[in-house]
Design a binder for this molecule. Sequence first.
Ligand SMILES: Cc1ncc(COP(=O)(O)O)c(C=O)c1O
Length: 382
Amino acid sequence: MEKETFSNHQVASLMNEHFIAIKVDREEHPDVDNAYMDFIMETKGNGGWPLNCILMPDGKPLYAGTYFKPIEWMQLLNRFRNLHDQHPESLVDFSRQYLQHSLELSQKTKKGDFNFIGSFSEWSYFLDIKNGGIPTFVNATAGTTVLGAFDPIDEIAVITEKYNIWLHVDGAYCGSVIFSDKYKHLIKGVERSDSFSYNAHKMLGTPLTCSIILVNDKKQMHESFSNEADYLYQTDGDDFNLGKTSFQCGRRNDALKFWTLWKSVGAEGLEKIIDQQFELATVARDYVSTHKDYTLYSFDDSISICFNYKNIDPMLLCTTLYEHQITVVGFGSFNEDTFVRLVTINANNSKQDILNFFKVLEEFVENHSTLLNEKLVLGAEV
Ligand SMILES: Cc1ncc(COP(=O)(O)O)c(C=O)c1O
């Protein structure tokens, strides 16, 4: 890049006129390299060298990337130059927010989960517009599919409210925490969203499918889904023509599954279901973190307990357990890590069942010691 881009005359004059160029030798200053590598990992999910960053005068990062051809680098520099001229406050806000957020993150977690604020922020909103895009909606997740992580809805809502962007909260996996006094803080700010969905067929255990979507104003459902179909909709008011406010005509009765559950166990019963899952998760997380043969990958507030045991290839371990009809447990990946993923979503389980899971797993490995050295070869017998 030094030869192709930085030695280019046009690039050099743009950089000299509007930026201060600093070159860091990463062997001399691994601390500087590490700090900005963390930034690129968090905002993009992967990083590498050459590592190029655009910074505030005080060193706070705004943007990071790896290799840029002259034209790409100039386009990027010009975008930041324009942002700086037209919306300097957005750059200051973003750099402050990022720093605060990464401090909180490093206090909370051992490994950096890809977190929303790092990837979506005021400046990416501006970059979308500069690139000719129109931001339509922002999706925050309450319970990411693999790690069960929660996006900070309140922080995201500050940005979506400011720019009047639709905010959806995807709580398909863990949005049902709304029924628990103890855990609903995980979706704090959900009332600021425009739409919120959760699947009662996940944490609440109703039969499939039972997906629920809530919107602030019911006319939004009507405007999104309604079609003229006089041959179908023949009642007076559309309140009873549920096909006019939902994705599929035939889905309306899905609500019955949730209604009967709620009627039978009450709001207290729903709360117990949720709390039990978090309690089981705590049992599993405590077990993994206090036994030296295990490595933990999960957060505190998650019902997905992700771990590895004795460095065994997790795909091999899960597949072998399944093929020997011992137990069914899945695996998942995040960034460069792959791990066993135990989901404590069955509230009928007891603490003893969870501890028993680990006992069964350990005994199995003891009796199949070849697992310790093998890699998964699809179709191969262990
Ligand atoms: C975060 C998240 N969103 C959406 C879905 C999709 O769920 P469904 O298709 O059952 O509504 C899932 C499924 O696991 C999920 O974890």
